[in-house]
Design a protein around this ligand. Sequence first.
Ligand SMILES: NC(=O)c1ccc[n+]([C@@H]2O[C@H](COP(=O)([O-])OP(=O)(O)OC[C@H]3O[C@@H](n4cnc5c(N)ncnc54)[C@H](O)[C@@H]3O)[C@@H](O)[C@H]2O)c1
Length: 345
Amino acid sequence: MVQKKTLRMGVAGAGRMGQIHINNILETRFIAVTAVCSVIQAELDWATSTIPNVKTFTAFDDFIASDGFDAVLIVTPNHFHRDQVIASLRAGKHVFCEKPISPDTKSAWDVYYESLKFPELKVACGFPRRYAAPYVEAAKRIKNGDIGEVVALRSQTTDLIMDNDYFVNYIKTSGGIFVDCCIHDIDACLFLLGQDKTPATAYSTGTTKVFPMFKDYGDIDDGMGLVTFETGDVIMNVYGSRNNRHGHHSMTEVIGTKGRILINGQPRLINIDISDDSGTRMEGPETQMQVFGLAFKHEMEAFRDWILEGKEPNFNLKDAAKAVSIGAALMDSLHAKGIENVKLF
Ligand SMILES: NC(=O)c1ccc[n+]([C@@H]2O[C@H](COP(=O)([O-])OP(=O)(O)OC[C@H]3O[C@@H](n4cnc5c(N)ncnc54)[C@H](O)[C@@H]3O)[C@@H](O)[C@H]2O)c1
């Protein structure tokens, strides 16, 4: 039997999401973490004590110039993504970059066009819904024509309300609800649509009823966006909320000429219903990790198999750049009306 190669990963960023990816890789065969870069010493100490024989770096330039890994996993704050993806490609490494590929339209397309100069290198933007079983199954059925031609898509990401300093600080640099949160919905819709359509118009509105201070950061706590495409035959509607009382609830609906598919219609943690004196209820998830935890593992396995075996993945870098364009256009629509007025709608 031929011994399979192991894909060696260098990881830039070992914070909240970086540690989740590293722990997943440690549990996955034929992929290993050999280097970690972080600007936080406590995270490097965590990496050294968690990962066998890992090299650590505090400067990205030293990390990317070093040997010993074939691919870079970028899990740093969004505004570093563009330069770090491009530097990784120029250093001859494959790249897996966390969403968004970059937080603004120009830099997102910079990454896409730069990647075309390196056809021998693979670049993935991580969107776990592309590897979550219900989304993968829905995409297969839509492609098969089970619901006819797609007419409309609507998708939401609503997160458990977090009223603390960490969260309010996070919002300040997140890029806004449509780029940070609904980017998952936009990408999921593009994945389910399965066609390379060009967006034409974007309209959005929202409120700051729950977190009035978000207005100062040009953001909202609840918002809806409406997107059309140049072909004029498909509508996309996204809804994002930082204000969900019952936990995390991502759902997506695709309406076709012959039927519809609803994905994650009810926010179920586990498929049981409990009945007692107060009626019947089910339990929902609190976090997106409870819903998409397995999908994060599957996307990393897919990245490995893409590089080691040439297996076609569900990742799509053009969609990742397009998703940023759409998210940014929805933020622009919000700002064009004046964020202080959004409560009036
Ligand atoms: N797919 C998802 O659902 C999901 C969820 C959460 C976060 N994310 C994404 O993951 C990324 C990281 O988010 P997070 O919440 O883990 O952030 P975090 O602040 O917890 O961690 C950021 C990490 O980047 C490192 N870092 C900062 N500047 C650096 C630099 N110049 N060079 C190298 N490392 C540097 C920090 O040391 C830290 O390790 C973001 O792009 C975010 O959008 C994705």
